[in-house]
Design a protein around this ligand. Sequence first.
Ligand code: NAD
Length: 357
Amino acid sequence: MTHSVTLIRGDGIGPEVAKATQTAIDATGVRIDWTVVDAGVDVMETYGTPLPDHVLEAIRSTKTAIKGPITTPVGSGFRSVNVAIRKELDLYANLRPAKSIEGVKSAFKNVDLVIVRENTEDLYAGIEFQTGTPEAEQALEYLANLSKKKIVPHSAIGVKPISDMGSRRIVKFAFDYAQANGRKKVTAVHKANIMKFTDGLFLEVAKDVAKGYPNIEFDDRIVDNMCMQLMQKPELYDVLVLPNLYGDIVSDLCAGMIGGLGVAPGGNFGTDIAVFEAIHGSAPKYAGQNKVNPTALILSGVMMLRHLEEIEAADRLQKAVEEVIYEGTSVTYDLAKSGVSPVGTQEMAEAIAKKLS
Ligand code: NAD
């Protein structure tokens, strides 16, 4: 069977890690019909936008995409392309596994966590009012009257919408993932002791959804305590499900626990579309140098192969990545041990591909 996949090359280091990922995925022998498109700062001049319509159309048509990182232009009036793709396609679930790889330097060993982050709601909904603007003043007056609470004059205001629908579908996603992947436990992470109505709703919904999965253990943790517990006894946790903001922070924390951004993969899921991407950004200072680590996007490719139900190929690719890192002779600068010369992005991908031939 041939799978149709959109490859969005991104900008900065995006095209390099995208090419390396294509090399590694193609080496598995899985037949992929790639639609290669560009988005990001490099296409703004040509299309007048960093996210041309044909990119979204390509993703809608293939339903599966893998994407290099994209710079968020500062002060240009364009919002983040990454956030825009998630919003336009309603990719409500962000899945970020954090699994230790032998040979990657880290203070932690045997980490095996899965972070499920809500992608569309919470303080990231983009409802914010700048200090001193008429909108902010109006919102302040309205909210002070409504809540009967004092708000410091001229405050900036952000809104944190959390819905039953949004919470239900993300918690359900976490339990379905746990069930499909032989995971034992789901932990809902929140701050419901302080944010009783927003995080409180998230927690209540999580408890309700959990009742439908009697074979999977469920518990919950307050986010600050969760961070401490992850530092002290990560082995007690399995799948974590979090609202958007905490999910963003805790997933980077967990990426740090497995050795950093260079090895941390991810995927965004909607009801019938999935877009896979590394957690890291476009690292502009390294662009065009064939220097950065392609592992994070290649492992996002492993997640993609699993999504396409190419399980055996996914397992082989993951093993090939792990072997190349363990051997340590064909790895990029961030993984190279002292005394070993690092190789470039594409050379590391080719070493991985060679393991598959
Ligand atoms: P970044 O992740 O791009 O880079 C931070 C540092 O991490 C780099 O300087 C480098 O030292 C290291 N690093 C990142 N990726 C690496 C890799 N593959 N191999 C080795 N080292 C790596 O973060 P930033 O500098 O905060 O962001 C740069 C741009 O990327 C910003 O415009 C940001 O908005 C954007 N961004 C995009 C995405 C995305 O496309 N999903 C995600 C995060 C940030």
